[in-house]
Every structure is written in structure tokens, then in C-alpha cells.
Design a protein around this ligand. Structure first.
Ligand code: PLP
Length: 437
């Protein structure tokens, strides 16, 4: 009998879980296997991360090979080829001009790295007044102190004091009253971006702001899509006032929207992209900040050649196993045309998602690429309970893994999902909703 006492589980109702554990023991392609031998269709790519499906043989083999050849090598004043190869592979997917990569171990570290690069960049080029950072309500930027400061989830912030000084937040652009059941990008709400300029002028002095960070599509708090033209406006305002724009693409990166990055989908190029998850198909932890070349070059030009230009890094930056996994993963994305596949499957996914409209408690359905949010009317006085109940029934009775945040069901399957599996996923949710009390 497995002892579940000692592992303090993250973002989990520990006591509820341990009273009836949901245990996964193996994975392949679109499925997990449970400890009682059931197959579970993965409707969430793990945690928005196993984009190429589970245990892809080419990725597994690359990790196995690297583990046997060189387990670890430092990248402080030393190097190993895998990290450089991984950086080049990542740049081959990135928008033009974003071609310098700072590696770390996950999305949270990637966010903190990007924020530090932004602050240090302004300081290095002699504009040290720019110390403010701007995020958004309902943003998730991981759990580091930088990430929770610019993030906008009260539960992630309230116990930890003022994580960083000088941070402000824009409101999120979700507007169900005007945009309910939009297919793809909402029509209404681009003007929400004007709030950025208003805040800059009314409160902060734009010359004190270092960076604005946004998820192009807010995933973790329930699939909040940017209204048409919204991101373009944010970009224009940042440009007008010399503020760096950071896209947190931890979820939208690596084909989730049918393009390498959300930046490609939206046609808006930020100054830095933060990514993780799909970078290694979630096999070995790795995150990265992809940086515009001239930002990087500013650091290089401002310090004597024998000195460290940027005082930041992790023991496992560019870890050989993660780097090998990243190279193999990016190769799989390209050779199996998985981003194109996701784009081709998106209309079918959209249709299936919206087929749930009209079922009991369904308040809104939002979708883009292979992402969908189904917002439910909650049980009065018990926020999150209705969706969590659907989650439990999906797992125990339907053999389907979904994810919930509050009373919103969020779906983000691996990009290899078949039409019949899309039917199974939404069919299961539909069946559960029909019988929901
Ligand atoms: N940023 C975004 C947009 C995310 O969705 C996440 C995780 O879901 C993170 C950052 C944090 O990533 P990690 O959990 O790898 O630290």
C-alpha cells in the first residue's frame, strides 16, 4: 500500500486527494494509465505541456542517450554543446529578431528571469528610473516572487506579503456580457488596452515603467482571450513610451494555437517571450526567456569583455538532459508538422466545444486553437464545486482528464488528438452536465 503522507502536494486539496487518490502510473500518446489499469484520455496535455503526446519514442531516446553520455555539466564559465544546440533550435521557432535565449528550469523561473532582464536592461543602458512592472488581473505568471507580483490571482498572492514593490495591474479583458459564446477572438473589448496608457499617464509617469507582461491568452484562470486588436494596442502603447513588452507564452507556445508561438498567431512581436512546458514536451523541466538581440547586445557592450555581463543563472540552466529533450522535441514538432496539425484540427475542436452550448449550467464557452474554456454557473456559496464535481466524474466514470479553475473547465489536449477523441472528450463532459444536479 502506497504511503501518501509525506508528499505535500502542490495546488491540491491534499486531504481530499489522499482520501481517494487519483494515481497515474504510465502514459503513451493520448492516454494515461491509472494504478487500477484504466486508460484515461488526456484532455489537458498533462498541465498544458505534453504537446506531442506522451512518451514520444524520439524524445525518450534522446534523453536516454544523453543520460548515459553526460549527466551534468556546468554552464557557469563552462559549456556543453547541448545547451547551445537547444538555444539554436528554439530560436528557429521564434519570431525574427528574438534570437538570444536564457535557459532556466520552468515557467516560474523563466518569468522571473525575463523580469530581471527587463529591469537590468534599462539600468545597464543608463535608464535606471524604469523600475516598475505592469501585469494584469487574473494573470498567472508562476509562483516565484516576481511572478506572483505581476500575476493577478489573489489566492497566489495574499499570504506572501508585498512580493515586489512598484507593480501595477491592468484589468483582464474577459467580458461575458458582451462576448459570451464567441468562437475564437472576441469582438468587443480592444479598448481595455487603453487602460495601460491611462494608468501610465495618470499614476506612474511612463518613464518609470520597465516592462509590461501579459499572457497573449490567459490560460490558467480560465481561458481569457484577447479581444480583436487588444494586443496590437498594448504593443503600440509600449512602443510609444519605450516600455518592454513580455509575452508569457508558457501555455501558448509550441503549437497550442496552431503556430509556434501566440506572437505568430496574433501578429504581435514582443521584446521577450517566456516559455517552458512544451519546450521539452514536459519530459525534463526546462524554461526559457527568448530575448530580442539588441537587448542582449546592450549587456555585452556595457561590460568589459572578461567580466560577467548579467548576474543571474541556475545550476541547471541548459541542463544536458533538458537540452537534449528540447532539441528532440522541436525536431518532432517540425518533422511531424504538429503545429499545422493543431491548426487543421482547431475548427473541429471549436465545433465540438460549442456543441455544449445550452446544456445545464453552461454560462460561456471560449476557444482558440486547441484551447477551450467552459464556464459554468457555480453552486451558490460554493465556488469551484460544480466544475470540480465534473472533473471527478470525468476521471472516475468517463476515463477523461480535464482541468478546472474555479467553475471553469479548461481543455488543452496534446496536438496529436484525433477527431474521435475530441468527440469522446466533449461527449463525456456533455453527458456529465446533462445529469448535473
Ligand atoms: N506562466 C504561465 C502563463 C503558466 O501557465 C504557468 C504554468 O501554468 C507558468 C508561468 C509557471 O510555469 P511553471 O509551473 O513551470 O513554473
Amino acid at each position: 500500500m502506497l504511503n501518501t503522507d509525506h508528499f505535500w502536494m502542490p495546488f491540491t486539496a491534499n486531504r481530499q486527494f489522499k482520501s481517494k487518490p487519483r494515481m497515474l502510473v504510465a502514459a503513451s500518446g493520448m492516454h494515461y494509465t491509472t494504478d487500477d489499469g484504466r486508460q484515461i484520455l488526456d484532455g489537458t496535455a498533462g498541465l498544458w505541456c505534453s504537446n506531442a503526446g506522451h512518451c514520444h519514442p524520439k524524445i525518450t531516446e534522446a534523453i536516454r542517450h544523453q543520460a548515459g553520455k553526460m549527466d551534468f555539466a556546468p554552464v557557469f564559465q563552462m559549456g556543453h554543446p547541448q545547451a547551445f544546440e537547444a538555444a539554436s533550435a528554439l530560436v528557429s521557432l521564434a519570431p525574427e529578431g528574438l534570437n538570444r535565449v536564457f535557459f532556466c528550469n520552468d515557467g516560474s523561473e523563466a518569468v522571473d528571469s525575463a523580469l530581471k532582464i527587463a529591469l537590468a536592461y534599462h539600468r545597464v543602458r543608463g535608464d535606471g528610473m524604469r523600475h516598475r512592472l505592469i501585469g494584469r488581473e487574473r494573470a498567472y505568471h508562476g509562483v516565484g516572487f516576481g511572478g506572483i507580483a505581476v500575476g493577478g490571482i489573489a489566492g497566489n498572492r495574499k499570504h506572501f506579503g508585498p512580493a515586489l514593490p512598484g507593480v501595477d495591474h491592468l484589468r483582464h479583458p474577459l467580458n461575458i456580457a458582451k462576448n459570451a459564446f464567441s468562437k475564437g477572438l472576441p469582438e468587443h473589448g480592444a479598448e481595455m488596452a487603453d487602460e495601460l496608457e491611462q494608468r501610465l499617464l495618470a499614476l506612474h509617469d511612463p518613464a518609470t515603467v520597465a516592462a509590461v507582461i501579459v499572457e497573449p491568452l490567459q490560460g490558467s484562470t480560465g481561458v481569457i482571450l484577447p479581444p480583436k486588436g487588444y494586443l496590437q494596442k498594448i504593443r503600440a502603447i509600449c512602443d510609444k513610451y519605450g516600455i518592454l513588452l513580455i509575452f508569457d507564452e508558457v501555455i501558448t507556445g509550441f503549437g497550442r494555437l496552431g503556430t509556434p508561438f501566440g506572437a505568430d498567431y496574433f501578429g504581435v512581436v514582443p521584446d521577450m517571450i517566456v516559455c517552458a512546458k512544451g519546450l521539452t514536451n514536459a519530459t525534463v523541466p526546462m524554461g526559457a526567456a527568448i530575448v530580442r538581440q539588441d537587448i542582449h547586445d546592450t549587456f555585452m557592450s556595457m561590460a568589459p569583455e572578461n567580466t560577467i555581463e548579467f548576474f543571474h543563472g541556475y545550476t541547471y540552466t541548459g541542463h544536458p538532459l533538458a537540452s537534449a529533450a528540447a532539441v528532440a522535441t522541436i525536431d518532432v514538432y517540425k518533422s511531424e508538422h504538429l503545429f499545422e496539425r493543431a491548426a487543421a484540427m482547431a475548427p473541429y475542436f471549436e465545433q465540438a466545444a460549442h456543441s455544449l452550448r445550452g446544456l445545464p449550467y453552461v454560462k460561456d464557452i471560449r476557444n482558440l486553437g486547441l484551447v477551450c474554456g467552459i464556464e459554468l454557473d457555480g453552486v451558490p456559496g460554493k465556488p469551484g464545486m460544480r466544475a470540480f464535481d465534473v472533473f471527478l466524474k470525468a476521471f472516475w466514470e468517463k476515463g477523461v482528464l480535464i482541468r478546472t479553475t474555479g467553475d471553469i473547465i479548461a481543455l488543452s489536449p496534446p496536438l496529436i488528438i484525433e477527431k474521435s477523441q475530441i468527440d469522446q472528450l466533449f461527449g463525456a463532459i456533455g453527458d456529465i452536465l446533462k445529469t448535473q444536479k
